[in-house]
Design a protein around this ligand. Structure first.
Ligand code: HEM
Length: 411
């Protein structure tokens, strides 16, 4: 796995690839594996990108700081759930209004920037309890500051499908200096320090964190976990429903029947929206937003796939490739096909045990003793509410790769 030769002399590019559901499940067993510094592989971006400290996602469960930070993240989510749906409605309305206005003047509207602005405003308000509008510079450029901060630290590891071997030689051969993004990151950190006083105080008093730990972990949760994750996920969600008018019709019918045309989003309304939920799960199955997961063997053990067993040695790095694991034909019938109703009914519900996008089964519970995404449930609910909002506001929307090309408003 990248990155490697010639400048990453201390990075070992060898991994044990884990490619079916049975073998991938070993990566959730914290007795067997450790997750210290392996978020993106054997390579770890400089801690300068995270305020000279290791953020929660880089910590192993055996490190006491992991429990403190994971509980802090869970608390942030719990508290933000009060304002989550109200912020979501407001920011989605703003996004669609801006898309509609470009659409009427130009005939088509790129949704990339409006989607990023929506996510930045919605997540900053909900997770941090801070309004970007309180700082004109953050309101205008906060989302691009996060984009560049993410790109520069991850560039050595991500594939941009540029001609090989040029991509390996020019993009994956050296780390990029923090200096390229230090100014933007500094401004974001200052914004968190001055605008998120209440959350930071709780970090200190209830979770025993220092100011610096709370600030940089908040920023990591906002920028890396939430903004980074949703930016990728929502683009695949949009492309899945994009040109499928039959699927849009079925989703619209389900949404309208169960929400009585009310435009107020609520978590409770989701109970009855089985197709909406199944479409969200199926999107996560075929397009896992974080396609690679890593874990290092804590000790020697036997790793079983569906049809074989392998001896893993202590210290070896396992690399789970979600895109293949989620197409495991022993578990998922006709795995390459997007089946909107796959996760419906009792049998569909059983399959949630094998939906792994969050670094754990969809039926699992994130906790301080595992490394499952703290926002496993709210991420899915938010995607469902995105669809509910869309089909309450519109009868249909047509998209091409990165643009909205037409909307039919709800009659
Ligand atoms: C679509 C959005 C999201 C995706 C796709 C996503 C995905 C993931 C994945 C795959 C991991 C495990 C990484 C690994 O160890 O290999 C993870 C961890 C984590 N995520 Fe999410 N996430 C999303 C949103 C969020 C949000 C909104 C939060 C807000 C609190 C969050 C908080 C965390 C935390 C704190 C961890 C580290 C867990 C630990 O260290 O035990 N994530 N996420």
């Amino acid at each position: 796995m990248p990155p490697t030769f010639p400048f990453f002399t201390d990075v070992n590019p060898n991994v044990v690839a884990v490619l079916d559901c049975a073998s991938f499940a070993h990566m959730f067993d914290m007795e067997l594996v450790e997750k210290r510094n392996v978020l993106v592989g054997d390579f770890m971006p400089s801690v300068k990108f995270t305020g000279d400290l290791r953020a929660c996602a880089y910590l192993d469960t055996a490190e006491p700081k992991h429990a403190q930070l994971k509980n802090f993240a869970t608390d942030i989510l719990k508290r933000s759930s009060r304002s989550w749906t109200a912020n979501l409605t407001t920011e989605l309305d703003t996004m669609w209004t801006s898309i509609e206005s470009s659409l009427s003047s130009e005939g088509s509207a790129s949704y990339v920037v409006p989607l990023q602005k929506f996510l930045f405003n919605f997540l900053t308000k909900s997770l941090l309890g801070a309004d970007p509008a309180s700082s004109p510079e953050i309101a205008k450029s906060g989302y691009t500051m996060l984009d560049t901060w993410l790109a520069v630290q991850l560039m050595p590891t991500v594939s941009i499908n540029f001609i090989q071997p040029l991509e390996e030689i020019f993009l994956h051969s050296f780390p990029y200096p923090f200096a390229l993004v230090s100014s933007g990151y500094g401004k974001l950190a200052k914004f968190v320090e001055t605008q998120c006083v209440e959350v930071l105080e709780r970090g200190k008093t209830e979770f025993g964190l220092t100011d610096e730990e709370a600030i940089h972990n908040l920023l990591f949760i906002l920028g890396f976990n939430a903004f980074g994750g949703f930016s990728v996920f929502f683009r695949s969600l949009v492309s899945v429903i994009g040109n499928d008018s039959k699927l849009q019709e079925s989703l619209r019918e389900e949404v309208r029947e169960n929400t009585n045309g009310s435009s107020a989003l609520s978590f409770e309304s989701l109970t009855r929206l089985d197709l909406v939920k199944s479409v969200v799960y199926e999107t996560l199955r075929l397009n896992p937003p974080v396609p690679l997961q890593y874990a290092r063997a804590r000790r020697d053990f036997e790793l079983r796939s569906h049809n074989s067993a392998y001896q893993i040695k202590k210290g070896e790095l396992l690399c789970g490739y979600q895109k293949l694991v989620m197409r495991d034909s022993n578990v998922f019938d006709d795995p390459e096909t997007f089946k909107p109703e796959r996760f419906m009914g009792d049998e569909g519900g059983e399959l949630l045990n094998y939906l792994y996008w969050s670094n754990g089964p969809q039926t699992g519970s994130p906790s301080e003793s595992n490394k499952q995404c703290a926002a496993k449930d709210i991420v899915c609910m938010t995607a469902c509410l995105f669809l509910v909002h869309l089909f309450t506001r519109y009868d249909s929307v047509t998209f091409d790769s990165s643009s909205v090309t037409g909307v039919v408003k709800a009659k």
